[in-house]
Write a protein that binds this ligand. Structure first.
Ligand code: ASP
Length: 353
């Protein structure tokens, strides 16, 4: 593994806790000016490579995240792709898993690292987790083997763990260890050394980057709960223009077997809605037909999302419909792994897809 003096990393600061410092006079948290980043983090000077910064204007709390901001991130990466070896995106943790998933589908033929990171405590706090997250994310974005980036994919780095972006979810609102990847192994573990789990990392294809910036807003999520009513389900299914729906089901993809429910879904599918079955569980996969409570879904044409996350299923459909694909094409793509976001059925989770 090597790092050369010519290495250059572009840091895209979108907002979030990591970029905050406490105003000494008022005590409130405010974003710090990245023009003064070396004052805030003098240790950055120890890197041998060139670090450039691109800051969102205005900065965003990630709870305000939206497809326009993903377009901006993807466009910045496209415009700077040839000039930098890797990219670090500083981002609020709340919707980081959505953004990392979206970018993974928007950046086709990505052969360089795009590492999202953030923090639970602002950089300006004494006990901040942001400093370590930031520095290690830069190191990972710069890591190469024989001039080839070690991690040429969209990832999240948080608290000593590197996750595939489209496999991760935020599961803890206050621990430093805020993310989990319930169905895919860590891409790297960080202690004294950074140990890359190379067999689980996507391989570069050396093709030219293609960026898909058009996203469809005509998608949504329906989370099932015991006692869900017909008007509620029908209200969602009859949303004007809806093209794709993530159905968050129980356990291995189970739902109520009430006839009104299956009839409502069946009618929506006949009218062209793509419905993808994703489990509410953090780990394990949807297996339609395992129980009677999912056999009906399979019969009416609900697509099994295997072990995909809601974040990945939703953003994948945004990108596919945004590209103008028809229902059959989107359905076919939703069944298969495109950027390592799901384990094809009948293969053990964690097998290299
Ligand atoms: N609300 C913040 C955000 O997501 C929390 C964080 O930065 O982690 O932007």
């Amino acid at each position: 593994m090597q790092e050369s003096n010519n290495t250059s990393i572009l840091i895209i600061y979108t907002g979030g806790t990591i970029g905050m410092i406490r105003d000494r006079e008022t005590g409130t948290l405010a974003p710090f000016n990245f023009d003064n980043v070396y004052e805030q983090m003098p240790m950055l000077k120890q890197f041998h490579y060139r670090l450039d910064f691109n800051c969102f204007e205005p900065l965003m709390d990630s709870s305000n995240m939206n497809p326009e901001a993903w377009q901006t991130m993807a466009t910045i990466i496209r415009q700077n792709y040839e000039d930098f070896d890797g990219f670090v995106i500083l981002h609020g943790s709340d919707t980081m898993a959505y953004s990392a998933s979206a970018l993974s589908f928007m950046l086709e033929n990505l052969n360089k690292p795009v590492i999202f990171t953030g923090s639970q405590l602002p950089l300006g706090e004494l006990r901040t987790d942001g400093r370590e997250n930031f520095i290690t994310a830069i190191e990972i974005a710069a890591a190469k083997d024989d001039e080839t980036p070690l991690v040429p994919e969209v990832c999240i780095y948080f608290e000593n763990q590197l996750f595939r972006g489209n496999r991760s979810v935020k599961y803890n609102a206050e621990n430093f260890n805020a993310f989990k990847s319930g169905n895919y192994p860590l891409l790297a573990e960080v202690g004294v050394y950074i140990k890359y789990n190379r067999r689980y990392i996507l391989k570069p294809n050396f093709k030219k980057l293609k960026v898909h910036t058009k996203l469809s807003a005509e998608v949504g999520v329906l989370k099932l709960f015991p006692g869900i009513t017909k008007p509620f389900v029908e209200g969602v299914l009859k949303t004007k223009g809806l093209k794709g729906l993530v159905l968050e089901t129980f356990g291995s993809g189970n739902t109520t077997t009430e006839q009104w429910f299956l009839d409502a879904l069946s009618e929506a599918i006949t009218n062209g809605l793509v419905i993808v079955n994703v489990s509410q569980c953090l780990s394990g996969m949807v297996e339609q037909g395992k129980y009677e409570t999912s056999t009906g879904l399979k019969k009416i044409g609900v697509i099994s999302g295997s072990d995909i996350t809601t974040e990945a299923a939703l953003t994948k459909m945004m990108v596919l419909f945004g590209r103008g694909f028809d229902v059959q094409t989107v359905s076919a793509w939703m069944r298969r792994s495109w950027r390592g976001e799901l384990t094809p059925q009948n293969r053990p989770a964690g097998s290299n897809d």
